[in-house]
Design a protein around this ligand. Structure first.
Ligand SMILES: Nc1ncnc2c1ncn2[C@@H]1O[C@H](COP(=O)(O)OP(=O)(O)O)[C@@H](O)[C@H]1O
Ligand SMILES: [Mg+2]
Length: 340
């Protein structure tokens, strides 16, 4: 694993501007009007993506703030917009589920600032060396960069889903990503990672798994997928687009993924159908085991920051994921015999 010193060295000396909890709460209270990017009249580099978020350094004592010089950010803190209640809880739960069933997943913590829920995401491309008081970085590229596609090609239907342009599919796709795995350090492992990523996205209804919601560690010696991130159950947000970012075969409708579309996915992406069937059953069993026993929620319920409302939201989410996963599992045995 290669971590390099921070490139963004505007100054040699480390500086750390602590963000006090009360100060952050005040800003979050007026976030919708003012935004949260500018602090002390300086724009704090915002991370790409759609949710409101801050790039922060968190020190050994747990203080949050802005690092400069050799102290670049180690965490991303994501907040939710007023029109997307429960988004943070949703993402937190999906990330935890991914992690407990053993998929490589970015580490997350749930935190409330005043009434504002937030997801504290540990950056997998940064590492704090306490002895030297500096942050090392590891080079990462996203799916679009790997595929040599411009940033606005993150959806396979790069011009959108409306009827006149939906046949244009020049954006990031599963077919292109699977083809790319042949150039990665361990093609077989990478393919398996990608199959797991996609199957899990289907189980949790993370329709927004586009070319910039997948990344790779990329250096001279090594090209491999980073842990998963930005996992959200979109089915529980009717205000979001209910279409898959990348097709399964030719299917973009998440409610139309059955054995045939799974077989088509295997065929178009060069995956053995028997392998897909086997991995689907295994992964489904892992998800079903976690959710049907209620272990994950019971565990979360012991954490003091979750309210009764939060827990009942987790239950609703868990039910949604369980239903979808059980359905996908029923399709698995038919996949190998389907001729596309
Ligand atoms: N754990 C992480 N480590 C490093 N980079 C990350 C991590 N999580 C997300 N990113 C980067 O930050 C971007 C925005 O994060 P994301 O969770 O996708 O936010 P949004 O919900 O706004 O799309 C991602 O596209 C990715 O490039
Ligand atoms: Mg994203």
């Amino acid at each position: 694993m290669t971590f390099l010193p921070s490139l963004a060295v505007k100054q040699d000396k480390p500086s750390f501007r602590i963000l006090k909890e009360e100060e952050l709460i005040v800003r979050l209270d007026i976030k919708e009007e003012i935004g949260i990017v500018t602090w002390d009249d300086k724009p704090r580099l915002s991370v790409a993506g759609v949710q409101d978020k801050l790039n922060v350094f968190i020190d050994a004592q747990g203080n949050i703030g802005f690092g400069d010089g050799p102290l670049c950010s180690t965490h991303i803190v994501k907040f939710e917009k007023r029109n997307c209640p429960n988004l943070v809880l949703n993402e937190f739960f999906c990330m935890k589920l991914s992690s407990v069933i053993g998929l490589p997943t970015a580490e997350v913590e749930f935190r409330r600032f005043g009434t504002h829920p937030s997801l504290v995401v540990k950056r997998f491309d940064r590492k704090y060396i306490a002895d030297a008081n500096k942050v090392m970085r590891r080079h990462v590229i996203d799916g679009n960069q790997a595929l040599n596609l411009p940033r606005d090609y993150k959806y396979e239907r790069n011009l959108g889903n409306s009827r006149d342009v939906q046949h244009i599919r020049d954006g990031a796709s599963l077919v292109k990503l699977f083809e790319f795995t042949n150039k990665m350090s361990s093609p077989i492992q990478s393919k398996q990672w990608l199959i797991h990523w996609q199957l899990f996205n289907l189980m949790i209804s993370n329709y927004d798994s586009h070319g910039k919601n997948i990344s790779l560690f990329f250096d001279k010696k090594n090209t491999q997928f980073t842990p998963a991130y930005d996992l959200v159950n979109i089915a529980l947000f009717p205000q979001f687009k209910q279409a898959l970012a990348m097709a399964m075969g030719d299917e973009f409708d998440p409610n139309d993924i059955h054995a045939y579309q799974l077989a088509d996915f295997a065929e178009t992406c060069g995956i053995e159908k028997k392998l897909l069937s086997r991995l689907l059953i295994q992964l489904a069993n892992d998800v079903i085991k976690q959710l049907s026993t209620g272990d994950l929620i019971d565990n979360l319920a012991t954490q003091p920051h979750f309210t009764d409302n939060d827990i009942s939201y987790f239950q609703q989410l868990s039910h949604n994921i369980l239903t979808k996963t059980e359905y996908l599992k029923t399709q698995a045995s038919q996949i190998p015999s389907i001729e596309v």
